[in-house]
Ligand binder design. Structure first.
Ligand SMILES: [Zn+2]
Length: 272
């Protein structure tokens, strides 16, 4: 960590809106501590949903750039860097085979580009995704591969955290969803593969749990609201009753492959 205790975080995300649904709370807490928060977005998100009010000449990628700028303001992201790869679409889509898709990009090339940003920023922490990309999306799996390659190349003292979800909490969240009569309860079935991979990690594979205070959960909600065109993803989370939103999005989980150990509820940079 730099003198003075301020740290620099580089978050590598697959699509615009992943930063809001997955790591926004950690980003807010880091920002509020005076840390520097860099968000690298791998794809243009062009296979996300098209906004109903798309203006003439405006592309899905244009709209999603605007939405991410909004979220970056809410969260307090200091720098947004777009890698510009093509969205690969969800597992099983034809676009998975497009040579231009991010999941088919040259790993050495992407690793060099992300590594250059990490070096330029003298980052202390790189955040990517777990080996299944959380739930199997090909772009998220690619983010995992890139994160692992950058960490291997740069070595210590760079720390690699891999964002994930706690599969073991899913049953409790589903029970709450049933109790509250929420639609879309299938989302909570962790044994049912999403994007052809199991959902998240078991608690024993997780290293860090970052508990978000209510105010931060509120900012995460506001960041998600910036992604208004993504009615099935961000929109689904925003449709949840407050209590369930908190249960699902109020704790952010990370694996740390280089330092395995018991799951600790706390701030990853304080315990190292
Ligand atoms: Zn994504």
């Amino acid at each position: 960590m730099h003198d003075g205790g301020m740290a620099t975080w580089v978050f590598l995300h697959a699509h615009p809106d992943d930063e809001s649904s997955q790591t926004a709370g950690t980003m807010v807490l880091a920002h509020d501590r005076g840390d520097r928060v860099v968000n690298v977005i791998a794809t243009d998100g062009t296979l996300g949903m098209a906004a109903e009010d798309l203006r003439k000449g405006e592309t899905v990628a244009d709209r999603r750039r605007e939405e991410l700028a909004c979220a970056a303001g809410v969260i307090g992201i200091d720098r947004v860097e777009w890698l510009g790869y093509r969205d690969s679409g969800m597992a099983g889509w034809d676009s998975n085979h497009d040579p231009e898709s991010f999941c088919n990009a040259d790993l050495t090339e992407v690793t060099a580009r992300v590594g250059a940003i990490v070096r330029e920023e003298k980052a202390d922490v790189l955040v990517s995704y777990d080996p299944d990309g959380g739930y199997g999306h090909p772009d998220h799996i690619m983010v995992h591969r890139v994160g692992a390659a950058v960490a291997r190349q740069l070595g210590s003292p760079l720390r690699l955290l891999e964002g994930s979800f706690n599969r073991d909490m899913r049953a409790r969240q589903k029970a709450l969803a049933v109790k509250l009569g929420v639609t879309g309860q299938g989302f909570f079935d962790s044994d049912e593969p999403q994007d052809l991979r199991p959902f998240g990690s078991s608690a024993s594979e997780l290293r860090w749990a970052v508990d978000l205070p209510d105010e931060v959960v509120g900012r995460k909600h506001d960041a998600l609201a910036c992604h208004a065109s993504q009615t099935s993803d961000a929109g689904f989370f925003l449709s949840l009753p407050k209590q369930l939103f908190r249960a699902v999005l109020g704790i952010e989980y990370y694996r740390e492959p280089a330092h395995p150990g018991e799951l600790v509820h706390g701030w990853p940079l304080e315990e190292a």
